[in-house]
Write a new protein. Structure first.
Length: 295
C-alpha cells in the first residue's frame, strides 16, 4: 500500500511538472502584449497585404495627380517644384517651412507664373531702331562665321513681335558712320516688351556697359552662347537655369542705340554667327512701310 501511494505521488509530480512546462510554452508563444481582457487586437491574417495594397493605391493616385498637374497646369507645377527645391536647399525651422508653404499656395491664385513680371509694351517701335558695337573689317574674318548656323533644337523667338532693323553682316554703323561687321541682328520692338530665352541654358553674365547697354549672356550646350543687349531692364540673375521662352529682360534703348530694339547675338565656340537662319521662314521680316507685319 505504501508502495502504491508512493508511486501515485511520483506520477502526480510528473504530471504537475508537465503541466508547468506546457504553461511556459504557451506563455512563450503568446503575443508580447496584454490586451487586459479586451478583444484580441493581434493582426489578422492578410491584413499586411491589405496595408501594402492600400499604400500602393494611394501612391498611384498621388503620382497620377502629379502627372496630370504637370500636363494640365505646367506653370503651377513648375512653381511648386521650384518652391520645393528652394525649401529643401535652405536650412529652415518648422515654422519657417510652414510659412513658406503657405506663401507658395497663396501665390497659386495667380493665373500666370513666369520667372519675371510680365509687362505690356508702352510705345510703338521705330522702324530704324538699331545700334550696338561692330567689328572692324580687318578683324571680322577671324571673329565671325560665314556658314549658316543650324541647331537640333528649334529656338524660341526672343521677341514675340518685332521687325528686323539691322541684319548680321557688313553695314555702316548708324551712329558712328564707320564701316564694320554687325555681329548680331537688331530687332526693333516696343519699349518694355518681354525678352525671352531662345534656348534652354544658364545665365552666365549680366551687366551694363559699352555699346551694348544692359545685357544678358546665356550659355547653352555644344559651345553655343546667346547675347541679349540694349535692354531697359534685366530680369534674370547670374546662375539661373532657364527654359526657352522664359522672360530674362525687357526691350530698351540703353547703350549705343537709335531707338528701342533688341540686339540678339549668337556665338558658337567664340565665333559670331548669323542668327537669322535659326528662325527659318518664320523669322523676323524687314519693315517696308509703317504698320507692316513682322511675319
Amino acid at each position: 500500500m505504501d508502495s502504491y501511494e508512493a508511486s501515485e505521488s511520483r506520477f502526480a509530480d510528473v504530471r504537475a511538472a508537465r503541466e508547468r512546462r506546457k504553461a511556459r510554452r504557451e506563455d512563450y508563444d503568446a503575443p508580447p502584449y496584454d490586451n487586459f481582457g479586451m478583444e484580441d487586437t493581434a493582426p489578422k491574417k492578410g491584413s499586411l497585404v491589405r496595408v501594402v495594397v492600400t499604400q500602393a493605391v494611394v501612391c498611384a493616385v498621388l503620382l497620377g495627380g502629379l502627372f496630370a498637374a504637370q500636363k494640365a497646369l505646367p506653370n503651377t507645377y513648375r512653381q511648386l517644384r521650384a518652391a520645393y527645391t528652394q525649401i529643401m536647399k535652405t536650412d529652415m525651422s518648422v515654422k519657417e517651412v510652414w510659412a513658406a508653404a503657405k506663401a507658395v499656395f497663396a501665390s497659386l491664385k495667380e493665373d500666370i507664373y513666369v520667372m519675371a513680371p510680365y509687362r505690356e509694351a508702352t510705345t510703338m517701335p521705330a522702324a530704324d531702331a538699331k545700334g550696338g558695337i561692330d567689328i572692324a573689317l580687318e578683324y571680322a574674318a577671324r571673329r565671325c562665321a560665314v556658314a549658316p548656323l543650324r541647331t537640333t533644337a528649334r529656338p524660341f523667338r526672343p521677341v514675340e513681335e518685332g521687325t528686323l532693323s539691322s541684319p548680321f553682316g557688313y553695314r555702316i554703323h548708324p551712329i558712328t558712320g564707320e564701316e564694320g561687321v554687325h555681329t548680331g541682328m537688331d530687332i526693333a520692338a516696343q519699349e518694355g516688351a518681354p525678352v525671352a530665352a531662345a534656348f534652354h541654358g544658364t545665365v552666365t553674365e549680366t551687366g551694363e556697359g559699352g555699346g551694348y547697354g544692359k545685357y544678358v549672356v546665356m550659355e547653352h550646350a555644344g559651345g553655343l552662347r546667346t547675347l541679349y543687349a540694349h535692354c531697359s531692364e534685366v530680369a534674370a540673375a547670374e546662375g539661373m537655369v532657364l527654359r526657352p521662352g522664359e522672360v530674362i529682360a525687357y526691350v530698351g534703348s540703353t547703350g549705343s542705340s537709335t531707338g528701342p530694339h533688341l540686339h540678339f547675338e549668337v556665338r558658337l565656340n567664340g565665333l559670331r554667327c548669323d542668327p537669322a537662319p535659326l528662325f527659318g521662314a518664320e523669322g523676323y521680316g524687314v519693315r517696308e512701310e509703317e504698320g507692316a507685319s513682322n511675319r
